[in-house]
Design a protein. Structure first.
Lengths: 351, 239
């Protein structure tokens, strides 16, 4: 039987790349032979590709490419037709306590659904019965996508062989896990601070982080996401350490410090610009700076004097050092940053 | 409309300690903050009023948790997905609205009951989350919640270990069928005890997930699938 593996998206992993996972299709028996699929160690591999940026980038879509030649060959060896096998995608979120079937069709129907140009299957991962209920809004919420090949419901039952539940026996499966927020899942791209970048920007070899902010865009009404105006580069050795042992105390400290640095730099830059232009809250409440103040204020304690967006705005303008000092006290700064990067500015949210 | 409350783990521990010292109101005021998100909590408040009344009349806190899970689900089901995925929000709701239920647990039992405020990282410990999620699983059209109460006072381990704390919670067909079988056994006077439920769930619910796509099952299929083992349960686990 196929192995379950997981692909965990961690902070500092860069943008989501197009990855290929493989379903090891096992041999399948029916009729006079044992009814339960029997593992075949030399089974043909079938590639199923997921374009991860589509999953988290808003459309909540997954693209699947089948190696039809290999797949039909092994099914033929098992004396099973395309219509006897179903391909399904199940989305599960334990945090939300929900799961739904995003797609389930027999392989002959899957062939008809393929995109004529790319020859790939595009599946919307939303719950079609309740489109508002989509466990995937970001990688922060912790969810899994199961892609499975099973015996189809339509496979005719032979007396004494296939019990109803065995119609769902798994031939092959893959699970893609997305880490929950508490583990620091984040789809903001941290770029490598390479030698070329150091040379280009005049950064010394000892610097481990470089945060670049597009100050012009800070107050641009069209800019709605932090990713559009903050670029962060981190030393490759730091990135490598975090990738190798993401749960070590040192890695957690590095992640924490990375996001502290990003937000600190942001505060200092905003402060300079606010003073230069003498902006007031009313001028910027509907801009990214307003969103930043709202999001950050809500991350501070109820008893904190800066736990109010307008007071925080004033503090950033008048005494940014005080704000920076306060930010160091936020326990989960990566999560706070993630919250800020996921803010979608809408007029309803702006008072 | 009110702002959505939130409470971090560290704050939940402080509120828990304050309950023992009788200072919980100050601690909640101090530790619970609010998101820039509004939600109508009026329905939840009226549910809480009923729970409080039942508690004052001597109702058992665990049974009331089962009784009102459906109502809690209905009162909070319109919370945004991203808020429902945020454990800080569930801690905040528990501390702000469910404090009487929390108090009933802490004063009746031991300090470890603080965990229902969410002092650990697992959301199943958080009272509001588990009431909501239990209701979400068992909800049927017409706003009925069959079998939740029928699982009975001794069902805490069943819910926590085999439903709320298991991947089964995200499989509606299998989850509902499991609750139904468990409740039916109790209703006919032949309840499944903890030591039997553990091997049953391990060997007949969780282990088959390796080779059977249980998440594709309808409730009826899952019910048929589980029927043989509930008719002839395994021997108690000696481990």
């Amino acid at each position: 039987m196929s192995k379950h593996t997981s692909q965990v998206i961690r902070p500092l992993s860069g943008t989501f790349e197009r990855i290929t996972t493989t379903l090891d299709v096992v041999s399948l028996s029916n009729g006079s032979r044992p009814p339960i699929p029997v593992p075949d160690k030399e089974g043909v591999k079938v590639n199923i590709r997921h374009e991860l940026e589509k999953i988290t980038g808003g459309p909540f879509e997954i693209k699947v490419g089948f190696e039809w030649k290999d797949l039909t060959e092994i099914l033929k060896e098992c004396e099973v037709m395309l219509q006897d096998v179903a391909f399904s995608i199940f989305v599960r979120s334990r945090r939300l306590g929900t799961g739904h079937l995003a797609y389930s069709k027999a392989l002959d129907e899957v062939q008809q659904d393929l995109d004529s140009d790319s020859n790939e299957l595009v599946v919307n991962l939303r719950n079609q019965e309740n489109p508002n209920e989509c466990p995937i809004r970001s990688t922060s919420e912790g969810f899994e996508i199961h892609t499975v090949l099973t015996l189809a419901r339509t496979l005719k039952r032979k007396p004494g062989t296939l019990d109803p539940y065995r119609k769902h026996a798994i031939l092959a499966s893959r699970v893609i896990d997305f880490s929950p927020r508490v583990e620091g899942g984040n789809d903001y791209e941290i770029k490598p601070l390479t030698k070329d970048i150091r040379r280009e920007k005049g950064i010394g070899s000892e610097a481990w982080i470089w945060v670049e902010i597009d100050k012009e865009a800070l107050f641009d009404a069209d800019k709605k996401e932090f990713g559009q105006l903050i670029e962060t580069y981190v030393d490759e050795r730091v990135r490598s350490h975090i990738r190798t042992s993401p749960n070590s105390p040192l890695s957690k400290l590095m992640i924490q410090q990375t996001f502290v640095q990003i937000i600190n730099q942001f505060v200092m830059n905003v402060s300079d610009s606010l003073k230069e232009n003498d902006y007031e809250w009313e001028d910027l409440a509907d801009r990214l700076v307003g969103v930043f103040c709202s999001g950050l204020a809500s991350s501070l304690r109820a008893s904190d004097e800066l736990n109010h967006k307008e007071r925080l705005f004033a503090a950033i303008k008048d005494s940014p050092e005080k704000v920076v000092q306060k930010l160091q006290q936020i326990v989960d700064i990566p999560a706070t940053f993630e919250l800020l990067t996921q803010e979608e500015l809408t007029q309803e949210e702006v008072e | 409309m009110s702002q959505v409350p939130k409470l971090e783990i560290r704050g939940a521990i402080k509120v828990g300690k304050a309950i023992v010292e009788g200072q919980q109101e100050d601690a909640i005021e101090e530790e619970v903050s609010h998101l820039d998100e509004d939600f109508d909590f009026s329905v939840l408040k009226s549910v809480i009023k009923k729970i409080k009344k039942d508690l004052q009349a001597g109702g058992d806190a665990q049974l009331l948790e089962l009784k009102y899970s459906g109502a809690v689900y209905l009162s909070l089901k319109d919370l945004k997905t991203e808020l429902r995925a945020n454990t800080d929000v569930w801690r905040g709701i528990t501390a702000k609205y469910f404090i009487d239920q929390v108090m009933a647990r802490v004063s009746n039992h031991e300090k470890s009951k603080w965990q229902i405020l969410g002092t650990g990282s697992n959301p199943r410990e958080i009272l509001a989350w588990r009431m909501f999620t239990r209701g979400q699983l068992c909800h049927e059209d017409g706003d009925s919640f069959p079998y939740i109460e029928d699982t009975g006072k001794e069902s805490h381990d069943f819910w926590m270990s085999h439903v709320l704390g298991s991947p089964t919670i995200a499989e509606k067909g299998l989850g509902r069928a499991l609750v139904k079988h468990y409740a039916e056994k109790r209703l006919i006077g032949d309840p499944i005890v903890v030591d039997v439920m553990r091997p049953l769930a391990r060997d007949w619910v969780n282990r088959p997930k390796r080779t059977i796509a249980t998440f594709l099952m309808t409730e009826e299929e899952a019910y048929d699938f589980l029927q043989p083992i509930f008719e002839n349960p395994p021997p108690p686990d000696s481990k």
